[in-house]
Design a binder for this molecule. Structure first.
Ligand SMILES: Cc1ncc(COP(=O)(O)O)c(C=O)c1O
Length: 421
């Protein structure tokens, strides 16, 4: 039995080593500071605290109340939100709760299709299917990689959805919330915004400000551009707080993950101090990497718009065999990315593109000059067809100087386990 446990420990150790030597560029990931990782391993991970601060169904929650109250206070302050719920255990969980609160079976909702960037939790495979919602897709302009505003306004007035759900997984440019608000008011629609990917940019006053632009509810994972523990958050207007809170507990969460709440509370403080600087560097890194990739010969989407306003870059690699093969080749060179569907794609198995995210590279301190080196490394693998193992040696060399977490108070080692006993 000990052998089996040792096998697991060894795999975890090797996983740390793999990431320590790699360029992690999956757009939905990040790393937490050392203090957050220590909190994730604390006794909080064993406990239950159903209910709200000061009104729990379990005893023993004296300090859990202090921690959750601090997370709520921090999120209200950072996002300037009237009401906050810190209990959702993931972005999908937060979306399920929001859809539960804001719709009834049979209602019409408007979302982005998956090939155009929408997330699976906005689609028929998830709550919209289970709750029998009538899905209407936003009209999308693939050249602009964004929602077609005039057509959207017409569609809202024509279809009269109960809910308009913005936000995306492939998310290069801010969504037209302001433009939708007037039409939504005419037909009595609510607006929700899934900020999972861009929550850290919003926290740093970049990309867009959905609550001020007209969203009633914002959901978001707390571990993509927002560099906290895996989990999620919901922000909303006071007018909706009862519906949202009931849809989270008891609607879709029994016990929330208290160690995550503690980690979130700390990350919120980190973002108050460093968020603006961090978000600005992410945007600059993404634009810089996109520009260099373009100059190296890649078909990077939306050159005419400066490529991106977020942490993401979308690259059409069809002429190099498609997203699947390219992502696998890059992995052999230690560059971790993912294949991604683009608007005209039908198959998620071998889509047209790859999606690159620079938020983790930014969190470990990389800047514009490293983006240039990375563009060349990617080109050598994908365009020149160079032996991946040779490129990997240079990836390891480059990564050596970037193994500490920045934009936090402890600058801990990013890829070592801080709690190995
Ligand atoms: C737009 C969007 N919403 C929600 C999610 C799901 O988040 P989680 O993995 O936290 O459930 C994702 C995942 O990447 C996403 O891209």
């Amino acid at each position: 039995m000990q052998d089996r446990i040792n096998g697991i420990l060894e795999a975890v150790e090797k996983h740390h080593e793999l990431y320590g030597n790699a360029l992690p560029m999956i757009a939905s990931e990040n790393i937490t500071s050392k203090v957050v990782r220590m909190l994730l391993a604390s006794d909080l991970s064993h406990r239950y605290a159903e209910g709200d601060v000061g009104a729990r169904y379990y005893q023993g929650c004296e300090y859990i109340d202090v921690i959750e109250a601090e997370a709520i206070r921090g999120a209200k302050e950072l996002f300037d939100a009237e009401h906050v719920n810190v209990k959702p255990t993931s972005g999908v969980n937060a979306n399920i709760a929001a859809l539960f609160a804001l719709t009834s079976p049979g209602d019409k909702i408007m979302t982005l299709s998956v090939p155009e960037g929408g997330h699976i939790s906005h689609a028929k495979y998830s709550v919209p299917g289970i709750r029998n919602l009538e899905l209407h897709e936003f009209p999308f302009d693939p050249d602009e990689m964004n929602i077609d505003v005039d057509a959207m306004v017409r569609e809202i007035k024509d279809k009269k959805p109960k809910l308009i759900l913005f936000g995306a997984s492939l998310f290069l440019f801010p969504h037209p919330i302001q433009e939708a608000r007037a039409a939504a008011d005419v037909v009595g629609a609510k607006i929700a915004y899934d900020g999972s990917h861009v929550l850290g940019l919003i926290a740093g006053n970049k990309f867009q400000d959905p609550l001020r632009e007209g969203a009633d509810v914002v959901t978001g994972s707390t571990h993509k551009t927002f560099p906290g523990p895996q989990g999620a958050i919901i922000l909303c207007r006071n007018a909706l707080k009862e519906e949202i809170d009931a849809a989270v507990f008891p609607g879709t969460v029994s016990n929330h993950h208290l160690h995550h709440v503690a980690g979130l509370a700390v990350t919120l403080v980190e973002m108050m101090q460093f968020g603006e600087q961090y978000a600005a560097q992410i945007q600059s890194n993404a634009k810089t990497l996109a520009q260099y990739l373009y100059e190296e010969g890649f078909d990077v989407l939306c050159e005419h718009k400066g490529f991106t306003e977020s942490h993401q870059i979308a690259v059409n690699v069809r002429s190099f065999g498609g997203g699947d093969g390219v992502a696998k080749k890059l992995e052999k060179a230690g560059i971790i990315t993912n294949k991604n569907m683009f608007p005209s794609d039908k198959s998620p198995e071998n889509p047209t593109g790859i999606r690159l995210g620079v938020q983790e590279l930014t969190r470990i301190g990389m800047k514009e000059s490293e983006m240039r080196e990375i563009a060349v490394l990617i080109k050598r693998v994908v365009i020149d067809g160079e032996e991946e193992s040779r490129v990997k040696e240079e990836v390891i060399e480059l990564k050596k100087d970037f193994c500490h977490v920045q934009y936090c108070f402890d600058n801990g080692d990013a890829y070592k386990n801080p709690v190995i006993m």
